[in-house]
Ligand binder design. Structure first.
Ligand code: 5AD
Ligand code: SF4
Length: 448
């Protein structure tokens, strides 16, 4: 009997979520059925992440689990681990029959067929000209919030990072496609889009005529022009991530000032507070450069929420250098911070340096930084009590059916009592309480 039902499990970043949506769209168009129950599936695809070792290890555990499901599904690996490991995965985890690289998602239907007939299939090739980016609304992770990739891959080669290897060189999507997609999403009732890229500031028009097409929008960089062009579609809320500090031009802040629908949130990963470590990381900016970007963000007309990523325990990082990270975090007062312990990734430049900060020391630095940030966050979230935030109602709260949950324009999670019929609406919520990672409040008005 033909195997037709596919389950896709997504690990890792928003780019993987977007790839899963795109893969599901292609599969359904080819006649496959998508299911969210692995035990019902004939084909199980794991969309994987390799940014840290722990994430990569998870793949092998999951393969072991899903291959034992009663229906004995055909197991495939897609995403970053697939791209990096390639055919070696067949040896590493018997049971895998399909390996689909990060730029081969559009060819999934053919590849599944090939794995069924030939037993195994692998495709680590590039995207082909004319492959489409569109995603059918039924495959989107939310009926109100849509991810719109604007650039894939990364050319930065930060010394610790595997992404330039797993996702390849930068490839910008055509402006006209991005704008058309956002317009279509607006017509379909989406209220918020996230423009995605490992590094959105590197977005470039692909042709001269495209560049000319954006001329009617002001902007000091191609990305800030694109931001204004997307704002002009009238989409209610527009967020974008991730921004790369060196290329973060203050004109982005100006664009946010000009357009109410460009949301007041910037994710700007700093990674470290010491100039020596930043140099070893090959980030291309100093602490001072970073602080200048932060100052520009803080000068905006609306308060802009600022979040960041930090790696602790990079090779050779001393205690004193770690303390520079602590002082930077105190200075920046981030609204949210993701802290990672350095994880050696084979093939990167940093992997040739000894991973010499001991696990105990990494743990200690992690906890210390977390504590500093917890205090800052408590203060910053606490300062919002009594204020009103505009929240997109995204669903009922996981913890209680009478509570609704959504994100503010500044990307904070806000919970409040309310009727499920408000889902998809934008409401003004007065904040009454700040918990560690979320805000609670009451609806004062429906806005749109
Ligand atoms: N080890 C630890 N953290 C890493 N990140 C990327 N590569 C590594 C690594 N090898 C973190 C960075 C990046 C985030 C997505 O993951 O902080 O911004
Ligand atoms: Fe990795 Fe640096 Fe590219 Fe971000 S900018 S994806 S950290 S190489």
């Amino acid at each position: 009997m033909e195997r037709r039902r596919v389950y896709i499990e997504t690990h890792g970043c928003q780019m993987n979520v977007a790839d899963t949506e795109r893969a599901a769209t292609r599969l359904r168009a080819a006649g496959y059925e998508l299911t969210d129950r692995p035990e019902e599936a004939d084909v199980v695809l794991l969309n994987t992440c390799s940014v840290r070792e722990k994430a990569e290890q998870k793949v092998y555990t999951r393969v072991g689990e899903v291959r034992r499901l009663a229906r004995r599904p055909l197991v495939g690996v897609m995403g970053c681990v697939a791209q990096l490991e390639g055919e070696a995965l067949f040896e590493r985890a018997p049971g895998i029959r399909l390996v689909v690289g990060t730029r081969a998602t559009d060819r999934l239907p053919v590849l599944i067929e090939r794995a069924q007939t030939a037993r195994r299939a692998v495709d680590l090739g590039d995207r082909q000209e004319g492959e489409r980016w569109d995603v059918s609304p039924v495959e989107r992770h939310s009926p109100y919030v849509a991810f719109v990739p604007i650039i894939e891959g990364c050319n930065k080669f930060c010394s610790y990072c595997i992404v330039p290897f797993s996702r390849g060189r930068e490839r910008s999507r055509a402006a006209r496609e991005i704008i058309a997609e956002v317009e279509r999403l607006g017509e379909l009732g989406y209220r918020e889009v996230h423009m995605l890229g490992q590094n959105v500031n590197s977005w470039r028009p692909r042709t001269e005529s495209e560049r000319a097409g954006l001329e009617s929008f002001a902007g000091a960089t191609p990305f800030s022009r694109l931001l204004r062009a997307v704002a002009a579609t009238g989409m209610r809320r527009i967020k974008f991530t991730t921004s790369f500090p060196r290329d973060f031009h203050p004109d982005i802040v100006t664009a946010i000032d000009e357009h109410e629908n460009l949301c007041n949130w910037v994710h700007l990963p700093v990674q470290a507070g010491s100039d020596r470590i930043l140099r070893l990381m090959r980030r291309g900016y100093t602490r001072r450069d970073y602080m200048e970007r932060v100052a520009a963000i803080r000068r905006a007309r609306r308060p802009i929420a600022l979040t960041s990523d930090i790696i602790i325990g990079f090779p050779t990082e001393t205690r004193a250098e770690f303390e520079e990270t602590l002082s930077l975090v105190r200075e920046c007062e981030f609204d949210g911070l993701y802290i990672f312990k350095y994880s050696e990734r084979p093939g990167t430049r940093a992997a040739s340096m000894a991973d010499d900060v001991s696990p105990e020391e990494k743990r200690e630095r992690f906890l210390q930084l977390e504590e500093v940030q917890r205090e800052i966050q408590r203060r910053r979230l606490g300062a919002l009590v009594g204020q009103e935030l505009e929240v997109l109602v995204e669903g009922t709260s996981a913890k209680s059916a009478e509570h609704l949950t959504g994100h503010s324009t500044c990307n904070r999670v806000v919970n409040f009592a309310g009727d499920g019929r408000l889902c998809g609406r934008i409401v003004r919520v007065r904040i009454t309480e700040a918990k560690e990672h979320s805000l609670w409040g009451e609806v004062v008005a429906e806005v749109a």
